[in-house]
Design a protein around this ligand. Structure first.
Ligand SMILES: [Zn+2]
Ligand SMILES: [Zn+2]
Ligand SMILES: [Zn+2]
Length: 345
């Protein structure tokens, strides 16, 4: 517990005297020992609220950040959860009454929408940055970012940005299809992404979400209107084949479960997965890309497949898997990117 020797007291990344004073005066000790993680989900918003009196300039900046209260209020999962785990905890359990319910919800929203998850060596914290929050999202971003031991965030342009272009970063996972990415962005960041990748049913000609047409040899089944979640999917070649978005989602969920169940070190199981779905999924489908990404790491690194003992056939397989991945990454995460950096060339 906190005391004069506390290493976090009055440090930039620790906590303030005021925070201690509040928690000490409301006799919170007996509650603090329960479920520490849940306590921290309320301590971060409390730290933000304390800025109002003790760091008014930071508070002013925080108030310019988007909270999407109107959208979040209609989402019981989000709003009710914040009400019980943050608002009621701060106001009822800790007895801190100087902040209104609305104000606390706003701070929760500001954190959900704008915070970056940073931290090294197994530490994961939510942090707000005074300029990085201006960056817009795109599923084909032109920047990438890293953080260091001092929580300093470095944003680098990953491809050429022309004067007047929007500077963007991605909150979504690159190796995922449009349906999934847009669902994630809607649920966690509360907006409908309409970036060039999301708008294009072929995902910039990568076909990263496409299925193979069961009616013809050459066609791929893609959404007829990718910005409409419920729009039907159609074959790009023949006019014979249409399927509902619902069926596509069910199929993808089922395959996702299978991918999930794959042993993370089982090369043979991964290769048979790719074989099994070769007539169902486009070779660039994100489920295939995910598995190929694992294979690119495993070939040459695990027991029985060490690089010095790989026969030519498997060396070529490693090379081909890496090339197939890079062809897609070059389009979806162009320039310098973490994903590109870890695929051997
Ligand atoms: Zn302390
Ligand atoms: Zn997008
Ligand atoms: Zn077809």
């Amino acid at each position: 517990m906190c005391g004069p020797d506390c290493q976090g007291l009055n440090t930039e990344f620790g906590h303030s005297m005021q925070e201690c004073a509040i928690l000490a005066s409301c006799e919170v000790d007996r509650h603090l020992t329960q479920d520490l993680k849940a306590q921290y989900s309320a301590i971060v918003p409390l730290r933000c609220l304390l800025l109002k009196h003790h760091k008014p300039n930071k508070w002013k900046l925080l108030c310019t950040m988007e909270s999407h209260n109107e959208v979040r209020r209609k989402l019981p999962n989000i709003w009710q959860n914040n009400q019980s785990s943050v608002v009621d905890r701060i106001r009822e359990l800790w007895g801190v009454r100087q902040y209104s319910e609305e104000e606390i919800h706003t701070v929760c929203g500001v954190l959900e929408v704008n915070a970056f998850e940073v931290g090294q060596h197994g530490v994961s914290v939510r942090a707000l940055y005074p300029t990085a929050f201006y960056l817009a999202h795109s599923c084909v971003p032109n920047t990438s970012h890293t953080d260091d031991d001092n929580y300093k965030l470095t944003v680098r342009c990953s491809s050429q940005i022309k004067k007047g272009d929007t500077i963007t970063l991605s909150y979504a996972y690159t190796l995922q299809g449009t349906l999934k990415r847009r669902e994630h962005l809607k649920e966690s960041k509360f907006f409908d992404c309409c970036c060039p990748r999301c708008k294009d049913p072929t995902e910039l000609a990568t076909y990263a979400g496409a299925l193979k047409c069961p009616k013809c040899d050459a066609g791929y089944v893609i959404s007829s209107e990718p910005l409409e979640r419920a729009a039907s999917w159609r074959c790009s070649q023949c006019s014979n084949y249409t399927v509902t978005a619902h069926s596509v989602m069910l199929l993808l969920e089922k395959i996702a479960d299978e991918v999930e169940a794959l042993d993370a070190n089982d090369i043979e199981a991964m290769e048979s997965f790719l074989q099994k779905y070769r007539n169902v999924l486009h070779p660039n489908h994100y489920h295939c890309l995910g598995v190929k990404h694992s294979l690119s790491q495993l070939y040459g690194k695990i027991q029985g497949y060490m690089i010095n003992e790989l026969p030519d056939k498997l060396l070529h397989r490693k090379r081909d898997v890496c090339r197939e991945l890079l062809r897609v990454i070059n389009v979806l995460e162009p320039g310098y990117s973490r994903l590109r950096g870890i695929v051997p060339r």
